[in-house]
Design a binder for this molecule. Sequence first.
Ligand SMILES: [Zn+2]
Length: 303
Amino acid sequence: MSMGNDNEIRLEKLGEKTFYVTGLFKIGVYKISDTDICLIESGLDRSYAKSVDKVFEKEGLNVKYIINTHYHADHSGGNAYFQEKYNCQILATRINAELMREYALCPSIIWGGSPVKNILNNYFLAENSNAEDIMQKELPEGIEIGMLPGHSYEMIYVKTKDDVAFLGDAVVAEETLSKHHLSYIYDIEKHLETLDVLEQLEAKYYVAYHDEPFTDIKEHVAFNRKNIYENIELIKDICSEPKTIEEVIREYFNRYYFRLSMYKFAVDGGMIRNYMTYLYNKGELCADNIDNFIKWHTTKKFY
Ligand SMILES: [Zn+2]
């Protein structure tokens, strides 16, 4: 089995009925019959889905289901294309299904209100699709799911009978973390609990959407957990003196010699804010009004 880190789109086998589509995004493919398949995720957008579909056309495969681990546009952006062409059933947890039916709301989750135009690209905005609540439907034979909340609200994993677990964005490659330091986490507390669950999830192969398939889940969980605690320590260190959220974001970027842009302020800044929210709710950060600025700090001193 080739595990080359290229962007060529082809089917790779992981088990008797389980495959994944190579390329920038690792789309899961489970054969429910000789010709019918269930996809796990659908690619970035219509054009990406079309290039994936060429592989299915060549193999004479018919997309019967798509299961999305969560609503994020890079996972569900191909839904509309596949549903139009194959009339497939699209399944996700209830809230994720609702979001994919009315996608315009999704960038607001990143921005915290009607979003700035900078983030309205195909990573944050997908076409609507008619997704349904996976808990109310019968799963295709040979597939089971489990909850992995944290990266996103009510994210799931999909495990096939061939002992292959598709993990959505629950873990990120070590290389990516050491380069970017931040990965998107909606709810840090739930995500840390999810990493504990994941550590116990047994499978022959694990597929995270943005990485090559791997076999050692414990190792992946360990460096993902380490990255979170590094971010927590860094943010607490930055907040040893009271700072506004914008100052914390600026300081985080300065420490890694990254340059801030409006796009990064919206996306990465949001990730930093999620860490601060977590620490504040846990009582590890205080926030006080100082000269009508809300400043965040680790000291218990009242300003
Ligand atoms: Zn995601």
